[in-house]
Design a protein around this ligand. Structure first.
Ligand SMILES: [Zn+2]
Length: 428
């Protein structure tokens, strides 16, 4: 056994940073964990990079740079969360409620995963992910992908696809013969890896922190710093893409609350105009402004909310902020009590705190009592909370994330649906 040549490994990371300056923040957010348990290099969901000292010894600095770019790609592209989603859908089984139809192979988001062979299928996902990352990796003159790396053309597939698409094209037999380079760790293909440190050790990054790094990196790429490789630009265009159209939702909620109905859409967000005040307030003139609404967002940070759900909540909040059209948005993180209150103009400024029980009512009351009052309240939650008994005076949009509600033995939905007075939408 040899010691890790840390100098060489860091030289590789530096070279990767020089050629891809927009990835600097992400590259240096990774914590190095030397271990002989990994064949080459692997990541976990907490942004730790496990690296074999013998792999470092065998690679050139340029190949190490290529490996760094590859591993950070898995993390930025949130491969582990995408893999777990695909897997959950496959084992919980679309259509398995139909008693006569229990397939070993079930449809999982259009990709076939064999629920009875989890290890093999994780590796097959890893292979598909590597195709997504390596397809047009123009790594540069002095940077190379390490020996044995796969590309789509290795399997006679086209470049430019996402891993979920490659997965459909890759037969399980392809996994054989690629096993050495194949385990990029639980931070890539999801699940667990034998070398994984728990969430408590060695500077774990939460998924909310990871989401901030993704958003920042994407912003930097969009601002066009440096020579951006095409595939990174395509990725940046997708990042933080929320699942909901918040500008439509906020407009709609305010319109309904004002009883404006159809046909008067331009009067959204109207308060009584100045002139009506000048007229003694007796004449209610519609304010023909399109001024942006004041939005308050209450984020459920209770212990029942997973890190990836918090990440999803942050992505939606970023979209709410954009939809708020330049108005600062007040964000409350709330478990059983309000933990943080922040006025933000950008999602990256948000600090979330929580982890206790759930009582979003506290956060909602606090938001509703704020002065100036918000025009619309957004609540992002997994739904396991109490709700105010009386309808608030402003429109409320509830974004519900987490597992879909199920019927309990009493025929009630768990979690309960948000109250009637709220516009409830599912965040997938
Ligand atoms: Zn990989």
């Amino acid at each position: 056994m040899i010691d890790l040549d840390e100098h060489k490994l860091l030289a590789g990371r530096l070279l990767a940073t020089r050629s891809h300056p927009y990835l600097a923040g992400a590259l240096w957010a990774m914590t190095i964990v030397p271990t002989y348990q990994v064949p080459t290099m692997a990541v976990d969901r907490y942004w730790r990079c496990y690296v074999s000292p013998s792999f470092v010894a065998a690679c050139s600095v340029g190949e190490l740079a290529g490996a760094w770019l590859h591993e950070v790609g898995h993390l930025l592209r949130d491969h582990h969360a995408r893999a777990d989603r695909l897997w959950d859908r496959s084992v919980s089984g679309h259509g398995s409620q139909d008693p006569g139809v229990v397939h070993a192979r079930q449809m999982a988001g259009g990709s076939w995963l064999d629920a009875e062979q989890p290890d093999l299928e994780r590796l097959r996902m890893n292979l598909a992910m590597d195709c997504e990352l390596n397809d047009d990796a123009q790594v540069g003159d002095d940077i190379a992908l390490p020996q044995g790396s796969v590309r789509p053309r290795t399997f006679m597939l086209d470049d430019g696809q996402i891993f979920e698409t490659y997965l459909r094209e890759l037969p399980a037999t392809m996994v054989e013969g690629h096993k050495v380079w194949l385990d990029c760790g639980s931070g890539a293909r999801g699940g667990d890896a034998p070398w994984d440190l728990g969430p408590g050790e060695a500077r774990p990054l939460s998924s909310a922190q990871a989401e901030v790094i993704r958003i920042r990196t994407a912003e930097q790429i969009k601002r066009g710093q440096g020579d951006t490789a095409g595939h990174w630009r395509r990725w940046a265009d997708e990042v933080g893409r929320p699942t909901l159209d918040w500008s439509r939702l906020l407009r709609g909620a305010v319109r309904v609350a004002m009883g404006a109905g159809a046909g008067s859409g331009d009067h959204t967000f109207a308060r009584p105009s100045r002139r009506s005040a000048a007229l003694g307030g007796t004449v209610a003139l519609p304010a023909l402004t399109k001024a942006a609404p004041r939005v308050a967002v209450v984020i459920d940070t209770s212990g029942s909310v997973s890190d990836s759900e918090l990440g999803a909540a942050l992505a939606e909040t970023a979209a709410v902020i954009r939809a708020a059209g330049g108005q600062r948005v007040t964000v409350y993180s709330c478990d059983s009590a309000v933990q943080t209150v922040q006025e933000v103009a950008s999602a990256r400024d948000i600090v979330l705190a929580g982890g206790g029980g759930t009582d979003l009512e506290a956060g909602m009351q606090r938001a509703l009592a704020a002065r100036p009052a918000p025009d619309v309240l957004v609540v992002l939650t997994d739904g396991h909370t109490r709700w105010p008994k009386t309808p608030p005076r402003i429109p409320v949009v509830v974004g519900v994330f987490g597992p879909a509600p199920v019927l309990d033995q009493h025929g009630r939905w768990r979690p309960r649906r948000p109250p009637e007075w709220a516009t409830a939408v599912r965040i997938e």
